[in-house]
Design a protein around this ligand. Sequence first.
Ligand code: CP
Ligand code: NVA
Length: 315
Amino acid sequence: MTVQHFKGRSLLSWLDYRPEEIRYLLDLSRQVKEEARDGAARSRFAGKTLALIFEKRSTRTRCAFETAFGEEGGHPVFLSTQDIHLGLKEALEDTARVLGRMFSAIQFRGFKQSTAETLAKYSGVPVYNGLTDSFHPTQALADIQTLEESFGNAAGKKLCFVGDGRNNVARSLLVICAKLGVHITVVCPPELSPDPDLLALCQTLARDSGARIRVSPDTGEVEGAHALYTDVWTSMGEESQKEERARLLRPYQVNQALMDRTGRADSIFMHCLPAIKGEEVTAELLDGPRSRAWDEAENRKHTVKAVMLATLGLV
Ligand code: CP
Ligand code: NVA
């Protein structure tokens, strides 16, 4: 496989990618990270432009895309919905058509997955999903890269997501793990279990990859896990449910006692960030030696650079 294989493709969710394609992007991400360490100037995005559309806030995703693209000569343009006519006054498909005439690629962060799909359909350029209510695929790629930095090939390793099993991060982890043969257990209260249709689809994918996928309300399921992963109790856009989420998820806080229940001295803690210390994770754990959250954040940059190089046909 070469980058030409990826040229022109969008990344809306990992459901559209075959396991060997995801593997290729992970290997390219590792290469990009190694290159970043040598300090040499590269300009693979010279002459290219990237639209960065944000309906929701972001620190990591915006900075990862903007620095990865800009440091290699590309021109990123940040567009908040305060600034452009996104679905207001102008049909979304018309905005997409116009952006496609001016930009080499588009990153979209927002609410509906269908907005990312419409941008991809009408712009004619690669669209990268930088988080929607449904999926956060670029995060999941960085997460697998991070897991592999501790344990080697992720296939056959066990990752436990502890928290809101319905959310975008849990959903993307389910898909990428099902495709790559990573055993994933979602530990959550029954009210916050993953969508049954997505789960059924992942179980089908897992038959080919060998992944074991489980959902359980029992925190004892963390036994044997290589990684415990959590995310905020209340995702962006769901603020009205904050109190109910806290009530449901307080027993699922990831802390040292839960890490100890993995029974592995080498198990790691993962978090996509931003984190609310004292809620889904203790400060002690997030800031401690088991935490890989800062590596995950750094890896957002290397992985999105790899995705952009491949889909722009530039390596
Ligand atoms: N993990 C992540 O997507 O962070 P931001 O919301 O800061 O982009
Ligand atoms: N689930 C979180 C992830 C933030 C990166 C949210 O959607 O707010």
